[in-house]
Design a protein around this ligand. Structure first.
Ligand code: F6R
Length: 260
């Protein structure tokens, strides 16, 4: 696991560099997309590169991590719509190449199975962007999630619903209580995991993710088992890391050509 501690703008550039490298090498790259605040600067940077440098998403495929259950098709917080607004529309990504679990399906387990099949059919995810919840969730794999889980329906914790109430007029009751989410096993199949976290409120979750024992109580800790996982954090999110100085020295002495 590589840990990079830098200001948020630099983290976004590093993540965008990794994505651009893949897209330039193989325009049919498969990208895993997160919603929430953490990836927004990365999406801004990709949109800038699309506009100014012609970075193309025409042949790329996107798979979202998760989706709320029951939000109407036109709800602005439906993750499919959030992804459309925050990244897909800004990089002219063909709509039929960006996929998410169907939170409006009559048969939710069948929708989850179909989603797993679609990811497999696409050849798996090359690079998965991730954020982390204050309770250590990735995607919506809340504490107690099986470390081998696949896409399925989950109940959001009260903490996650409170954290996300800011997107719902600060009204926790408007935040759905259920979601469909890629499982930890699904996420672990991606070839490169890139997690972004900023702010002091993420410091404990980041400490557990990087330095804690692997445990379903902190689901992100499963990433310690991934052969290519990158954790991009600002000073505040890194503030509880025991080996912070070591991670800083390691990144400073890394040759620039190496990438993430
Ligand atoms: C969203 C997702 C979640 C968020 C996490 C952090 O698709 O999968 O795991 O990444 O809740 O949210 P933010 O980035 O808003 O702090």
């Amino acid at each position: 696991m590589e840990v990079v501690i830098a200001p948020a703008e630099e983290l976004a550039v590093l993540a965008a560099d990794a994505i651009e490298t893949l897209l330039r090498r193989d325009p049919a790259t498969v990208l895993g997309l997160a919603t929430g605040s953490s990836p927004l600067k990365v999406y801004d940077e990709l949109a800038r590169r699309h506009e100014q440098d012609g970075l193309s998403f025409d042949r790329a495929t996107g798979f979202m991590l998760d989706e709320y259950v029951g939000l109407t098709e036109d709800h602005p917080q439906r993750y499919r719509n959030v992804i459309e607004t925050e990244i897909a529309s800004r990089v002219a990504w063909p709509a039929d190449r960006v996929h998410g679990p169907d939170g409006l399906a009559d048969d939710l387990p069948a929708a989850c199975a179909a989603y797993e099949a679609a990811i497999a059919q696409a050849g798996g995810v090359d690079l998965q962007i991730l954020g982390i919840g204050t309770d250590g969730h990735i995607a919506f794999n809340e504490p107690g999630s099986s470390l081998a889980s696949r896409t399925r329906i989950k109940t959001l914790t009260r903490q996650t619903r409170l954290d996300n109430a800011r997107f719902f007029d600060d009204d926790v009751d408007q935040v759905p209580s259920h979601c469909l989410t890629q499982g930890l096993g699904t996420i672990m199949d991606a070839r490169h995991l890139v997690l972004l976290a900023t702010g002091r409120h993420k410091a404990e979750a980041v400490h557990q993710l990087v330095e804690g024992p692997i445990s379903a109580m902190w689901p992100a800790t499963v990433m310690q088992m991934h052969p290519h996982a990158t954790v991009l954090v600002d000073d505040a999110a890194a503030s509880r890391l025991q080996l912070g100085d070591y991670y800083r020295q390691t990144f400073e002495s890394k040759p620039g050509w190496q990438g993430l």
